[in-house]
Design a protein around this ligand. Structure first.
Ligand code: NAD
Length: 404
């Protein structure tokens, strides 16, 4: 059935850029298991950021080649692996012409807000890598396969925290007696978030100019680690980031609870965002591929399932941690980011549900299983990496983890 987790890919050729990363790896396996013909494109930049900054994933991940080889043995499905940088046009055009994708899922960007705020060099790298990479993907579609559907990962952080409801990409405005539906105003809160804003504008233009079909998925914060496929073999395990630069809110709190470190709430903790389970990320991508945008359209879906404040998350993790016999405390620390700590937040997220998404809701069972998972690996936790490492106001920043 189209649009459900059980639909059969029927050999649809899907190129997954950033397929060695957290969301991309889970998605590649999810689609490959369901009959899509998958090619992973990745320059391994994410592994390199860890080497540069002295960070590491909680989970011991296999090399990209070993992952793909193991998946072949476990599932009998072949995943094509192309190691290279999408900012390198020669590489991307060859990868595109040899694989001939029907859809491209573009996860392949530098995705940490703190990383982009380390100093000028990291800000410039983030925007160059993200914005130029996306333009190259747009040109590859235009030059080699104008019918290829582009599914691009944006972020809910593109919208910021306006004092009105957040719509899915566009808002209808009446002004001086005239009316139009226009891109929803964007107020990114870091040079990373702004790279996604620039991408959205470039894609909106390319969709109109070249009649390309594009879906921009403004994803919320992803939590969880296990998906049906990544648990099938230890070499398929996904990465799990908990450090102050790449770790995202809930995943980081769970690690803190597991190792007896207080949960570090930034400032007042009223910061509210959209969240989703990684098992829903992979289904959202499948739904977007199965129901492509129209040619010439840049369709926008808000890809999250529930809203929580940082304080809500701390409360949930504390309750579950205490139930498991852990002694969980929370402390408020000086917010390293520049953001509203108490604000209105009401974002729409109906379009993916209308197409069949049945969300996993964050409940006790999920927090429990995440805590149990993390406890299994807790000997690998480096306490030095838990602290926030980058302050938005200071420039250039000394990155605490660099000297660790
Ligand atoms: P990740 O860093 O784990 O994965 C990104 C992958 O892209 C990495 O494997 C990296 O090596 C690759 N990459 C980066 N630049 C590249 C380039 N120039 N050429 C080829 N490959 C390149 O990130 P993730 O958490 O999996 O996020 C994937 C996407 O989803 C990102 O675009 C991110 O902005 C978006 N997103 C993630 C979250 C989240 O909570 N993780 C939330 C909202 C949006």
């Amino acid at each position: 059935v189209a649009g459900t987790a059980h639909s059969n890919g029927g050999g649809t050729r899907v190129m997954i850029i950033g397929g060695d990363g957290y969301c991309g790896w889970a998605t590649a396996l999810h689609l490959s298991a369901r009959g899509y013909n998958v090619c992973i494109v990745d320059n391994l930049a994410r592994r390199n950021y860890d080497l540069q900054l002295g960070l590491d994933t909680l989970t011991p991940i296999a090399s990209a080649h070993e992952r793909v080889r193991t998946w072949g043995e476990v599932s009998g499905q072949h995943i094509d692996l192309q190691i290279g940088d999408i900012c390198d046009w020669e590489f991307l055009s060859q990868a595109f012409q040899s694989f001939k994708p029907d859809a491209v899922v573009h996860f392949g960007e530098q995705r940490s807000a703190p990383y982009s705020m380390i100093d000028r060099q990291h800000a410039v790298y983030t925007q160059t890598n993200n914005v130029m990479g996306t333009i190259n993907v747009l040109y590859a579609i235009k030059e080699f396969n104008p019918d290829c559907h582009m599914v691009k990962l944006g972020t809910m952080g593109e919208y910021g925290t306006p004092n009105i409801d957040i719509e899915e990409g566009y808002i209808t405005i009446e002004h001086n007696g005239r009316k139009d539906t226009l891109p929803y105003p964007k107020q990114g809160g870091s040079f990373y978030h702004l790279s996604k804003v620039h991408d959205s504008h470039n894609m909106h233009f390319a969709a109109r100019a070249w009649k390309i079909a594009i879906t921009d998925l403004n994803q919320g914060v992803v939590y969880g680690v296990r998906t049906e496929e990544t648990v099938a073999h230890k070499a398929l395990i996904n990465r799990y980031d908990y450090d102050g630069i790449f770790g995202t809110a809930l995943n980081r709190f769970v690690v803190q609870a597991a190792v007896g470190h207080p949960l570090t709430v930034y400032g007042k903790g009223g910061q509210t965002r959209g969240f989703l389970d990684i098992r829903d990320t992979v289904r959202c991508i499948q739904i977007a591929i199965d129901n492509p945008a129209n040619k010439g359209e840049m369709r926008v879906f808000n890809q999250f399932t529930e809203q929580f404040s940082v304080n809500d998350l701390a409360r949930i993790v504390t309750a579950e941690g205490n139930r498991l016999g852990l002694n969980v405390e929370t402390i408020s620390i000086l917010n390293p980011r520049v953001e509203a700590e108490e604000h209105y937040y009401n974002a729409k997220c109906t379009k993916l549900r209308d197409l069949g998404l049945e969300p996993h809701i964050l409940g006790e069972a999920i927090v429990d299983s995440l805590l149990e998972f993390v406890i299994e690996y807790k000997d690998r936790v480096n306490m030095e990496l838990i602290k926030p490492a980058v302050d938005w106001r200071k420039s250039p920043t000394s990155v605490a983890t660099m000297s660790a």
